[in-house]
Design a protein. Structure first.
Length: 230
């Protein structure tokens, strides 16, 4: 019986070599990659402001959409007309009250005076306009309410009107007021909303500061609101 002839192991078949890219084609691929990378980075930079989070306000409650203010007609402490047009051009802070108010009115006007003073120290060029709307026109004549607000800040505006004119404003800005029955001496008080309404430079209601108001938080919010309004 013949011995089997030993079988020679097969040689491995070499894989075909990977063709090298020509020098010009390799450069073109690298250039394309770089262009694409720059485009992506540029898109991220441009899109960043679109996705930047809105500031978180500490005291202000802003509405999802600005609310336009319809025409109204009041009078200021000098007897001059005060209309919706006077709420345009800069940020306005509208507060309702009466000069015989024992607590919330002087406290809030004092806070607003402090806020305006601090914003001025912070080099804010266009300071907010503060408007005090008296809901007690019978006792708050022009001179009375003008002297009242100027004690806090000489630039504060004081306005009022008859009940029909006041209702036109309070209804739009979400404020309420109720005059109480007079006592034996004839003195009466007025219950009223204590919030401060925020109106932007286009004369639109954009939010409010609700009571109780933290002065430092309000100042920070006002600085941001003025900055964003340009």
């Amino acid at each position: 019986m013949r011995s089997p002839t030993p079988r020679t192991p097969a040689k491995p078949v070499p894989l075909p070599a990977r063709p090298a890219l020509p020098e010009r084609a390799s450069g073109r691929v690298l250039w394309t990659v770089l262009v694409a990378l720059v485009a992506v980075l540029a898109g991220v930079i441009v899109a960043r402001p679109m996705f930047s989070p809105a500031p978180e306000y500490r005291a202000a409650s802003l509405y999802p959409q600005a609310r336009p203010i319809e025409p109204f007609a009041l009078q200021d402490g000098n007897g001059r007309p005060f209309t919706e047009a006077d709420l345009q051009g800069r940020l306005s802070l509208v507060f309702f009250g009466f000069t015989n108010c024992p607590d919330v009115c002087p406290d809030t006007l004092g806070q607003l005076a402090t806020a305006v003073e601090r914003l001025e120290l912070m080099r804010v060029e266009k300071l907010p306009q503060v408007v005090f709307v008296s809901v007690d026109p019978e006792r708050d004549g022009g001179q009375t309410m003008r002297d009242y607000v100027e004690w806090f800040d000489e630039d504060f505006r004081a306005v009022t009107g008859d009940d029909e004119a006041l209702d036109t404003v309070t209804r739009q800005l979400g404020a309420l007021y109720i005059r109480q029955a007079p006592d034996d001496s004839g003195f009466y008080s007025v219950d009223h909303s204590g919030m401060v309404v925020i109106v932007d430079g286009e004369g639109r209601m954009i939010g409010r500061f609700a009571q109780p108001i933290d002065t430092e938080a309000m100042i920070a919010d006002l600085f941001e609101l003025v900055r964003r309004s340009g």
